[in-house]
Design a protein around this ligand. Structure first.
Ligand SMILES: [Zn+2]
Length: 416
């Protein structure tokens, strides 16, 4: 570790105990380390974060979108700020590091700066973004989207499988949907945003790098396709006379794989397909299919949407099955800021960490905030690239290197 790290001490023991305290808050009836944003436990986690922020000396608020926000006043009294944060919610069956590394890391950065007596000129705003992972309504980055003013009444009317609206689901956990639409922030005074996160892929480990500097974050395009056929007897209905919604959906699953396989750094995933009636001896009457494409180019995502819609309609036509494909608003790929990336690279070199630049195939709040503020992401390695599973692991020494990088990056950006 280089000389500049010596002045400011991130406490690895504190980072570790905070990580385990948050990770331990799980929904007991679900697999892995599950803490879904609309579930009962995430609120507890966010209340814990709120207390930690207050203990670290931050002025705390919960905004209309459920984001936990802490502010450390800067010496400059310029009204300008730096923002840093990540999320505490997880996917179902997720791991112990996704999201919380960046929340714990940001709070630890505040503690380390204060303990070293280093006052920033900028205000430092720490955010635990609400509901980053895709929820039952197919929406991700709810808190950050609300902050940048991208959510509409239409989003609040989205339905889950139980026929509940997003507004109702939010009300159940104490978030008033009308306040959520009013939660947008004036970002004109924010000079930079940083997010520390686990890589969730194998690249840094393969490169032997301690730190990853993200050049851009993937775009995401999600859809819901509904195939409506006809239930028939599995034994008596001849193959040529069936209207099998399941087969039309299955053909479309393969189209997702084919379309994504033809692109560069592009991905396509058929995450959820439900057949109704789910019976071994009945031809499928209805298939509800949710999937997504990702890639570094918005233009490719738009082409993939057209190709997939056409493929689904073709699969339906061949079988006399009705097809409806709805695309959620496309999340454009997000390039990270060149100047922020340069500042991060300087900090990493000064600290003596090995680093690589990379593309993030995972979406992040930073991709949303980057639409308003010059942004950067710091990645730390994931063992075997595993993530969104209970095996997700990052060595504590790597988490500490990430937190140290984040802390020094705040100082570097403060001086720009
Ligand atoms: Zn995450």
């Amino acid at each position: 570790m280089g000389a500049i790290a010596a002045e400011i001490a991130v406490d690895p023991g504190r980072v570790e105990s905070d990580l385990w305290a948050l990770a331990a808050l799980v929904e007991a009836d679900l697999p892995g380390w599950t803490r879904t944003a609309l579930g009962p436990v995430d609120r507890e986690a966010r209340e814990l974060v709120l207390r930690w922020m207050a203990d670290a000396g931050l002025e705390t608020t919960v905004d209309g979108a459920g984001n936990i926000v802490g502010r450390l006043r800067g010496a400059g009294a310029t009204g300008r700020s730096l923002m840093v944060g990540s999320h505490t919610d997880t996917v179902v069956g997720g791991g112990r590091f996704d999201g919380i590394v960046g929340v714990v890391g940001a709070i630890e950065a505040v503690r380390a700066l204060r303990e070293a007596g280093r006052e920033l000129e900028h205000d430092l705003v720490v955010v635990d973004f609400f509901s980053e992972e895709p929820n039952e309504f197919g929406l991700s980055c709810l808190g950050s989207r609300a902050m940048v003013g991208e959510l509409t009444a239409e989003h609040l009317g989205l339905l889950d499988d139980r026929g509940r609206t997003l507004a109702d689901a939010l009300a159940e956990i104490g978030i008033d949907a009308s306040a959520l639409l009013g939660a947008h922030v004036d970002f004109s005074g924010v000079d930079a945003f940083l997010e520390l996160h686990i890589e969730q892929g194998p690249y840094l480990e393969q490169q032997g790098s301690q730190i990853g500097l993200v050049e851009s974050i993937t775009g995401v395009s999600r859809f819901r396709a509904l195939f409506t056929g006809r239930a028939d007897h599995a034994g008596t209905a001849p193959m040529g006379l069936r209207h099998d919604a399941g087969c039309a959906a299955a053909g479309t699953v393969l189209a997702v794989e084919r379309i994504a396989g033809e692109g560069v750094q592009t991905r396509g995933t058929s995450g959820q397909v439900t057949f109704t009636p789910a019976a071994v001896n009945v031809v499928t009457a209805r298939a509800d299919f949710r999937g997504e494409f990702r890639g570094p180019e918005g233009e490719w995502l738009r082409q993939a949407q057209e190709q997939l819609t056409a493929a689904a309609q073709d699969e339906g036509r061949q079988r006399g099955v009705g097809v409806e494909v709805d695309w959620l608003p496309l999340q454009e790929p997000a390039p990270m800021s060149g100047p922020v990336l340069s500042a991060l690279a300087g900090v990493v070199d000064g600290l003596g960490y090995s680093s690589s630049r990379l593309f993030s195939g995972a979406e992040h709040d930073a991709a949303v905030i980057a639409r308003k503020v010059p942004s950067g992401m710091i990645f730390v390695p994931s063992h075997d690239g595993r993530s969104h599973c209970p095996e997700e692991w990052t060595d504590l020494v790597d988490v500490t290197a990430g937190v140290t990088t984040l802390t020094h990056a705040l100082l570097a950006l403060d001086q720009q």
